[in-house]
Design a protein. Structure first.
Length: 256
């Protein structure tokens, strides 16, 4: 596996060549990546809208590479690596240093490779592998070591490959394959064997290639293709208990 964050031009599927990847999140949260070859063959294509010439040099206007949506706020990542936010901002989830709701997008930071949102918090991975978070933090989901909301991005970790966000908890996979979790743990969704909330990341597992977060449960896939889950389990009968506070193996996936 290549040790770098996933992005529009850098997305890596551990199960083979991909064309379209959709990761739905709870309460309308969605992270969408589209392969450059998602809608056609791997051949040279006509110049996109927005491309042209300026001063005798060809150029292409930055286009949207990824989008994420929280409960009442939205973020998008342009292909030039700039992160833009808009919508409800009462808890600082837009990361612009204010609590002002915005009906137009504002640029927050550059050199971003991946973005996700929780209910009222946001996270992004920069091209250098650092993880940053902003917004609601009463449950510690920003991983900043406090439970204070942050109106601007705060650094949560380094060497990050992929990030996922639940309603009030967050997960990330490091480039070394370790899985880390932080935030609300009322139903064991962090997978650390407790129900204690964590405002600093705690390591959960190793040899992980991908993680996802629901409202009060979490899942991850290991290098061997096995799928694991933890947290609220009343409708997912992977074990007799309604709560799995440690990861429980669900099934083995078929690798391409």
């Amino acid at each position: 596996m290549e040790n770098r964050p996933m992005a529009f031009s850098k997305m890596i599927n551990p199960f083979g060549r991909w064309r379209f990847f959709l990761l739905p999140m709870v309460l309308g949260t969605m992270l969408l990546f589209i392969s450059p070859t998602a809608f056609g063959a791997d051949t040279e294509q006509a110049a996109p809208a927005g491309a042209g010439e300026r001063g005798g040099q060809s150029f292409e206007e930055p286009r949207t590479a990824a989008i994420a949506a929280g409960l009442y706020h939205s973020l998008y990542l342009k292909t030039d690596g700039s992160l833009w936010t808009m919508g409800y901002n009462n808890d600082g989830q837009l990361g612009d240093g204010t609590t002002n709701t915005r009906s137009t997008a504002e640029k927050i930071v550059a050199d971003v490779a991946q973005v996700v949102t929780g209910n009222v918090h946001s996270l992004f991975v920069k091209e250098d592998g650092t993880l940053w978070a902003m917004g609601w933090n009463r449950d510690g989901q920003l991983g900043s070591g406090t439970n204070v909301n942050s109106l601007r991005p705060v650094k949560a970790a380094e060497g990050v490959y992929q990030v996922a966000a639940g309603v009030f908890h967050s997960l990330f996979v490091k480039q070394d394959g370790t899985l880390w979790a932080m935030g609300n743990n009322q139903d064991g969704q962090l997978g650390d064997g407790t129900t204690a909330y964590r405002n600093t990341p705690v390591m959960i597992s190793s040899d992980v290639v991908q993680a996802a977060a629901g409202s009060a449960h979490s899942l991850f896939v290991k290098k061997d293709g096995s799928l694991w889950a933890m947290g609220w389990n009343c409708l997912l009968y992977t074990s007799p208990s309604p709560r799995d506070m440690i990861p429980d193996r669900v099934c083995r996936l078929l690798l391409e």
